[in-house]
Design a protein around this ligand. Structure first.
Ligand SMILES: *Cc1c(COP(=O)(O)O)cnc(C)c1O
Length: 372
């Protein structure tokens, strides 16, 4: 007779750059029976998820779907569908995720024009316009709205007018921003935006919401060569998520339950209240950190509320402190990477993690560990 042990996972306090903590309602939703991917009940759920996603993206875009896979799958979907071999694309890099976009775009045959900025800085519209003006036509301009690797919030409002004037379209990474700060796809006239479920939406990692506006849709329809990625080809996915409802791949059913429930929670809270909550708890954290004489990496003006980057004080062992934080306080935060490795800690207050008791606990734990 074999002895089986059922899975026992400790309950961590996730205050890093994601995944964030998952609301108990979302976890319960995931435990519901699995339906077939063409079951009428599931199809109705899909329509409701799309409706709610449009409302968090603040868009009327018909093509708004959660692609199967994490935020990186959504990134790959956004790039692979709109890049044809030889296309010239401008990618703004001020952190790790901009670098990842460059890597992906190059793999789909784009000629990448990479603009670089120090990690933690944001781009001015003037420098983007200068590249469009001097570097010749580009198909798209891509930016990361909330750079989780640095803690900086890139202003987007007003940029589309410039990008469109040069015949390019605007693509933004909203993996960390969606559900935590305003993402106004229609008002800002963003052509393509994508996100992930495990940051401010408060669901586990596993789906990547993508929204595509009419201008980009037209480009997609007029492609000369098929999309280089079968799994993420929006023209194929549209037959499942659109009216035809034909099989493409088996939707991750339970993850869609999770997203549905997470979006209900967003709706009940209200977008404005949710943004204010993220802001309020971030300010509480910043104040506490500053009282401990810790320095912020990003100036207040461009600082993310859902992800705080703080400089590691001189003489403190980064990895050892984070290990003790986890072991003694059950709290996860993250270190820096790329050019910020060993220089900063990244503290996330995203979605269900953004609660005052978590801020109090983190500040108390840090105070204790830093004073020893
Ligand atoms: C987390 C993140 C991603 C990647 O998402 P995964 O779910 O890890 O694949 C992309 N962009 C940004 C800004 C992120 O924070």
């Amino acid at each position: 007779m074999s002895i089986s042990t059922s899975l026992e996972i400790p309950e961590r306090i996730l205050l890093g750059p994601g995944p964030s903590m998952v609301h108990p309602r979302v976890l319960r939703a995931m435990g519901q029976p699995v339906l077939g991917h063409l079951d009428p009940q599931f199809l109705a759920l899909m329509s409701e998820i799309q409706r709610q996603l449009r409302s968090v993206f603040e868009t009327k875009n018909e093509m708004t779907i959660p692609v199967s896979g994490t935020g990186s799958a959504a990134m790959e979907c956004a790039l692979s569908n709109f890049i044809e071999p030889g296309d010239s694309v401008i990618i703004c890099v001020n952190g790790y995720f901009g670098t990842r976009m460059c890597d992906m775009a190059a793999r789909y045959g784009a000629s990448v024009r990479r603009l670089d900025r120090r990690w933690g800085d944001v781009f001015s519209f003037d420098e983007i316009e200068a590249e469009l003006h001097q570097g010749g036509p580009a198909k798209l301009v891509a930016l990361v709205h909330a750079e989780t690797s640095t803690g900086a919030l890139q202003p987007i409002e007003g940029l589309s007018e410039i990008v469109h004037r040069y015949g390019a379209f605007l693509l933004i990474d909203c993996v960390t921003s969606l559900g935590g700060v305003p993402v106004k796809v229609d008002e800002w006239d963003v052509d393509i935006a994508y996100s992930g479920t495990q940051k401010c939406l408060g669901a586990p990692p596993g789906l990547g919401p993508v929204t595509v506006g009419p201008r980009a849709l037209e480009v997609l329809r007029n492609r000369k060569v098929p999309v280089g990625n079968w799994y993420l080809d929006l023209t194929l996915l549209d037959r499942y998520w659109g009216d035809a409802r034909t099989y493409h791949h088996t939707a991750p059913i339970s993850m869609n339950y999770a997203l549905y429930e997470a979006l209900q929670i967003v709706r009940e809270e209200g977008l404005e209240a949710r943004f204010a909550r993220h802001r309020r708890h971030a300010e509480m954290l910043w104040q506490g950190l500053e009282e401990m004489d810790l320095a912020m990496h990003v100036p207040l003006k461009h600082r993310l509320p859902m992800l705080t980057t703080v400089r590691i004080p001189e003489g403190i062992n980064d990895a050892a402190l984070r290990a003790r934080l986890l072991k003694e306080y059950n709290i996860e935060i993250a270190g820096g990477f790329g050019e910020l490795v060993g220089k900063i800690w990244r503290m996330g207050l995203m979605g269900y993690s953004s609660r005052p008791e978590n801020v109090t606990l983190l500040l108390g734990a840090l105070k204790d560990l830093l004073s020893r």
